[in-house]
Design a protein around this ligand. Structure first.
Ligand SMILES: NC(=O)c1ccc[n+]([C@@H]2O[C@H](COP(=O)([O-])OP(=O)(O)OC[C@H]3O[C@@H](n4cnc5c(N)ncnc54)[C@H](O)[C@@H]3O)[C@@H](O)[C@H]2O)c1
Length: 309
């Protein structure tokens, strides 16, 4: 029987029960430290990645500023913390994703496995199409695999605050807003106007998950997270556990990039006019917030307010 159901039935805190969690994108900046945190909490982790970020960073002539171990070495290091398995695979391959969910039967799936650079997606048509294909197809494959193989799984999907763009109003804390058009009112998904092809893939993912929830009742937590900064979590105690630290103009997220530019005495490189305002969070806070979400899954409430089980 599934652990989540046991927990709900007896009204226990599920944080006391170990879960099996698939982390898609486990070789990435967030996926690796989250996998380590989950292992330390006693969960079993299946980490999946096709190493696309390693290749794409190389493609622009860059590298992680902190040395990162090979996937094999990472697997050995992670096994010291708990039950970890690394699976090489591509989420754009539907048979692979379906087989993964059918055979592993996870309690939760964390979906990080997307092309995550806005500048990379804006380079040219080839990179725009790759980003659309990789991100939309991966998420749709996951939606169908979960529906077919394990519809009760909790999918934690990383979206981004960039989905909203920079509207001239406070971004609401809900997936829906009330609108009135020509005297008639209705609830519609919160309007979004992203600023890159990459950010638009996240918007489309959001709508695809909302739709899958509406027609099939699948459970998603779609996280609108701001940029993450930093290199350390409680588990990153030595070089073997380092996560990647990108600093170049294509892959370096803003605070990480500015830190390296400041250390090297180079001018800071803001995008556009540099007038954007964003909320930032540390790597430790990002990982811990995700851990709390995974251990306390939200359940869909059609009245519009999700509740924790
Ligand atoms: N880092 C941030 O500040 C931040 C902020 C908001 C949202 N996000 C989102 O969080 C997620 C993780 O971000 P990150 O910074 O760890 O990025 P990352 O590029 O370091 O990690 C993503 C991982 O997914 C893998 N991947 C990509 N496409 C894949 C595919 N088709 N099949 C299998 N694996 C694939 C990559 O190889 C990489 O290891 C991304 O979806 C990103 O858009 C990140």
């Amino acid at each position: 029987m599934n652990y989540l159901y046991i927990a709900e039935f007896y009204n226990l805190s599920i944080t006391t029960l170990p879960m099996k969690i698939v982390v898609l994108g486990a070789d990435g900046y967030l996926g690796w430290p989250l996998s380590l945190r989950l292992l330390r909490r006693g969960h079993r982790v299946v980490g999946v990645d096709n190493l696309a970020t390693r290749r794409a960073v190389e493609e622009v002539g860059s590298d992680s500023a902190l040395p990162i171990s090979s996937p094999q070495e990472r697997e050995r290091a992670a096994k010291e913390l708990g039950d970890f398995k690394f699976v090489f695979g591509d989420v754009t391959d539907y048979q692979f994703v379906k087989e993964l969910i059918s055979s592993e039967k996870p309690d939760a799936v964390v979906h990080f496995a997307e092309q995550r650079s806005a500048p990379y997606s804006m380079k040219d048509v080839e990179h725009a199409v790759y980003t659309m294909h990789n991100n939309l197809e991966g998420t749709l494959n996951l939606i169908y695999a979960v529906k077919e193989a394990k519809p009760d799984v909790h999918v934690v999907k990383m979206g981004t605050m960039g989905e909203y763009g920079t509207p001239n109003f406070d971004i609401p804390e809900s997936a829906f807003v009330e609108v009135e058009i020509k005297g008639r009112r209705d609830r519609i998904p919160t309007p979004k106007f992203a600023g890159s092809w990459y950010h638009w893939t996240k918007v489309y993912d959001t709508y695809n998950m909302l739709f899958a929830n509406k027609i099939w009742g699948l459970t998603f937590t779609d996280i609108m997270q701001g940029p993450v900064y930093g290199t350390r979590t409680e588990e990153i105690v030595s070089e073997r556990f380092f996560t990647r630290f990108d600093f170049d103009e294509v892959w370096g997220t803003v605070v990480n990039r500015y830190c390296v530019e400041a250390v090297l005495g180079l001018p800071l490189t803001p995008y556009g006019k540099g007038g954007q305002t964003r909320g930032f969070l540390s790597l430790e806070d990002s990982v811990e917030a995700l851990r709390i979400l995974i251990e306390n899954p939200l359940r869909w409430d059609p009245t519009g307010t999700s509740t924790s089980s």
